[in-house]
Design a protein around this ligand. Structure first.
Ligand code: PMP
Length: 449
């Protein structure tokens, strides 16, 4: 197939292969090569590709009505999806605001927080606190709360002021003689100090991924960390915004990752797994009091986009979520996730360049190191994560690589987020191909495995 020279690919110097079809957890390119989608794209394709029930639901919706602008109409399918999401949401999260993706969800949540404080007469609250080594999206507001220095660097003059605190990163942050619980409380104390420095009455919200994703592998919180943060936020009237764009909608084995932390946020962002890649869609789930404040105040959330609640996107997401419920796929995420973890540990647990393997459900990260004993990262100039991605593509394996930041320190990581429908045999193939790719890359740079 001939490729146009006019498409502006993100990797300007390199053209990706042309994807032509997908079935289950497999994608095929125009040259006839097959790839296992072990990362679900970027933790998106929870049902894999070509799911007949989702495709049928989208067809039905297109035949009936593809689009109606939300300033004129709502649609039955958007209302149904909202009911389904609220029916399975954490306590008090009674409203859903639909958008078209993760960054839009984060932008909407930030602005909801701001408008809420303006409407309750606290307009002096203008600071967000977020975490280093985090990712919340690429639009300017989302980029500002994100803590990936490499992504922020050249746009810094354009970003709103956000204060960043330490992430919950046990492998690198917990002291040798510290329990996980004590480490979590130390991080909560750091946040408490930051709030005091900014003035508690000036802070709008603390923003965090419940389980970190796209910056430093999968970062799982230690026990009690989010409970401590929830208490702290409550004490100061600060909102807790949890970003589950990547880790949410079943990926970690519960519908929302925060369920495993025993906390309920004020605003919760979801996207990727919501529509499973069949359509672009995201959402903000909001506590009733936030929406009621706006309803009784100005009566309008002063924000919006043209494609909010797009009917075909809602139909796709509704079908994806119904299939997950009907086929008990969250149980499968937990079971298959445990299997994936055991295979990873067996095949790669002693690998000299795998420093840490961490995750939950079907959301796993490997942190790659030059020297395991001292947890030393590879030189960023080696671009190990990018080399590994290329080697894996040659092995017919899609993995999500991260890394390479210099002073912002992020290291090289691989993220695995296979579809919920992956079989044990497919999990075996993922781990085997990953091991082969990694061994090839380390031998190419003159190291041993
Ligand atoms: N938040 C998180 C936690 C994410 O992982 C991502 C995407 N990787 C985003 C926000 C942004 O989502 P999108 O790319 O759909 O704008």
């Amino acid at each position: 197939m001939s490729q146009s020279t006019h498409v502006f690919h993100r990797q300007l110097a390199k053209r990706p292969p042309v994807a032509v079809s997908g079935q289950g957890i497999w994608l095929r390119d125009a040259e006839g090569r097959s790839y296992i989608d072990a990362s679900g794209g970027a933790a998106v394709s929870c049902l894999g590709h070509g799911h007949p029930d989702v495709i049928a639901a989208m067809h039905r919706q297109i035949d009936q009505l593809a689009y109606a602008h939300t300033s004129f109409f709502t649609t039955e399918v958007a209302e149904q999806l909202a009911d389904l999401l609220v029916g399975s949401a954490p306590a008090g999260m009674s409203h859903v605001y639909f958008v078209s993706g993760g960054s839009e969800a984060v932008e909407a949540a930030l602005k909801m927080a701001r408008q809420y404080f303006v409407e309750i007469g606290q307009p002096q609250r203008r600071h967000f606190i977020a975490r280093r080594q985090s990712y919340h999206g690429n639009t300017l507001g989302a980029l500002a709360v994100g803590g990936n220095e490499w992504r922020r660097e050249q746009f810094r003059p354009l970003l709103i002021d956000v204060t960043h605190v330490s992430p919950c990163y046990e492998y690198r942050g917990r002291l040798p003689d510290e329990t996980p619980e004590a480490y979590g409380q130390r991080l909560v104390a750091e946040l408490a100090r930051t709030i005091e420095e900014l003035g508690p009455d000036n802070v709008m919200a603390f923003v965090a991924e419940t389980v970190g994703g796209a910056t430093a592998g999968v970062l799982t919180p230690v026990p009690g960390y989010f409970k401590g943060i929830r208490d702290l936020c409550d004490r100061h009237g600060i909102l807790l915004i949890l970003d589950e764009v990547m880790c949410g909608m079943g990926r970690t084995g519960t519908l929302h990752a925060c369920e495993q932390e025993g906390v309920v946020p004020d605003l919760l962002t979801v996207a990727k797994g919501l529509g499973g890649g069949y359509q672009p869609i995201g959402a903000v789930l909001a506590q009733g009091r936030i929406v009621e404040t706006m309803r009784q105040g100005s009566g309008l959330f002063q924000h919006g986009h043209t494609y909010l609640g797009h009917a075909v996107a809602c139909a796709a997401a509704l079908a994806v979520q119904q299939v997950i419920q009907r086929d008990h796929l969250l149980t499968q995420v937990r079971d298959r996730g445990a299997y994936l973890a055991s295979r990873l540990r067996h095949e790669l647990g002693d690998h000299p360049h795998v420093g840490d393997i961490r995750g939950r459900g079907l959301f796993w990260g490997l942190e790659l190191v030059q020297d395991r004993a001292i947890r030393q990262w590879f030189e960023p100039s080696l671009k190990l994560h990018a080399r590994l991605k290329s080697a894996a593509m040659e092995e017919g394996l899609m993995i999500y690589p991260m890394g390479g930041t210099v002073d912002g320190r992020c290291g090289d990581h691989v993220l695995l987020a296979p579809p919920f429908i992956s079989s044990e045999g497919e999990v075996d193939q993922i781990v085997t191909r990953l091991r082969r790719s990694l061994d090839r890359v380390v031998s190419d740079i003159g190291l041993t495995s």
